[in-house]
Design a protein around this ligand. Structure first.
Ligand SMILES: NC(=O)c1ccc[n+]([C@@H]2O[C@H](COP(=O)([O-])OP(=O)(O)OC[C@H]3O[C@@H](n4cnc5c(N)ncnc54)[C@H](OP(=O)(O)O)[C@@H]3O)[C@@H](O)[C@H]2O)c1
Length: 271
């Protein structure tokens, strides 16, 4: 049985990965600072902290594959995404890990957003390490776009950089692609995983507004930033890699049909 460590196991992608990996026969160890909230788990959980450097060796004990999804987009990204990734790579080398899988983001080298710069540095550390590795870039998750819209939903008008281009994808489909690479042979940098459609933020917001039966006006709020310009130019999309099948509208229908109306927002991004 392949023993797989999922870092960031309480996060959006980490949660989807743990479910799929256990279903496909991996012995999963999940790691994060706080424990998973699901009561029924068929995997082991260990506490670790990448910015403090604690618990890393224990997390890596007898592990064949690492899927490294820990990240801190609103926290200390240098400490978690860069230094933390380097610490994890050092430990993975000592533990003779056979495949270090690093999920990343489409277009990060062409978008001058500070979190993305740290992701590029982390990717380089992964590639330069002696640990065999696989890097999978994906476009923005549907849930991430929804969190950003949730955060403005109560405003009387929605000021948005409506021309930014996004290709949202279902996180489960990203997890499926990563699980396909979770073998004892690393694949290097593989093709990106993008959603089935490219939309402007204005279109995404309109569909979101309809699915919630809201009537707030959406107004174009141009943000003079190189990051926004890069998103507007489509740098965060991969039109030749429309891997996902679940559209934004389908995802919204499913979200609201199930009666789940999550309004928690952790997202603060260049949208
Ligand atoms: N979100 C998107 O739209 C998107 C799109 C493409 C690619 N990605 C990439 O996919 C990966 C996962 O993203 P996500 O959105 O699933 O992340 P997320 O939901 O924000 O989860 C982040 C995880 O990292 C853990 N974490 C935070 N600080 C930590 C620390 N100091 N030490 C150890 N663990 C820590 C968190 O758990 P604790 O707080 O309990 O430690 C959590 O489990 C990232 O590499 C991201 O760049 C995301």
């Amino acid at each position: 049985m392949i023993r797989t460590l999922v870092t960031g196991a309480t996060g959006t992608l980490g949660t989807a990965l743990c479910q799929r990996l256990t279903a496909t026969g991996h012995a999963v160890r999940a790691a994060s600072r706080s424990p998973p909230t699901e009561t029924e788990q068929n995997f082991e959980w260990v506490e670790f902290d990448l910015s403090e450097g604690t618990g890393i060796d224990t997390a890596l004990e007898n592990i064949d594959i690492v899927i490294h999804t820990s990240t801190a987009p609103q926290g200390d990204t240098a400490a978690v995404d860069v230094q933390g990734t380097k610490r994890l790579l050092e430990g993975a080398e000592k533990a003779s890990v056979e495949n270090f899988i690093y999920p990343s983001i489409v277009g990060i080298d062409d978008i001058p957003f500070s979190y993305y710069k740290h992701k590029v540095t982390a990717e380089t550390a992964v590639e330069e390490s002696d640990v065999p590795a696989t890097i999978v870039r994906a476009t923005q998750f549907h849930s991430f776009v929804a969190e950003m819209l949730d955060s403005i939903a109560k405003l009387p008008v929605w000021p948005l950089p409506t021309k930014m281009q996004i290709q949202p994808i279902d996180v489960g489909e990203v997890a499926d692609s990563i699980v396909d690479h979770a073998t004892l042979t690393a694949s290097g940098r593989v093709g990106p995983v993008g959603g089935p459609e490219i939309h402007s933020v204005g279109e995404l917001a309109q569909a979101y507004r309809e699915s919630r039966s809201l009537r707030r006006p959406i107004i174009r709020f141009p943000i003079p930033s190189k990051t926004v310009t890069a998103f507007r130019s489509g740098n965060a999309t991969c039109p030749d890699h429309m891997v996902g099948r679940v559209t934004w509208e389908e995802w919204l229908t499913n979200r609201y049909a199930s009666g789940v109306d999550e309004t928690n927002s952790r997202a603060q991004s260049p949208m």
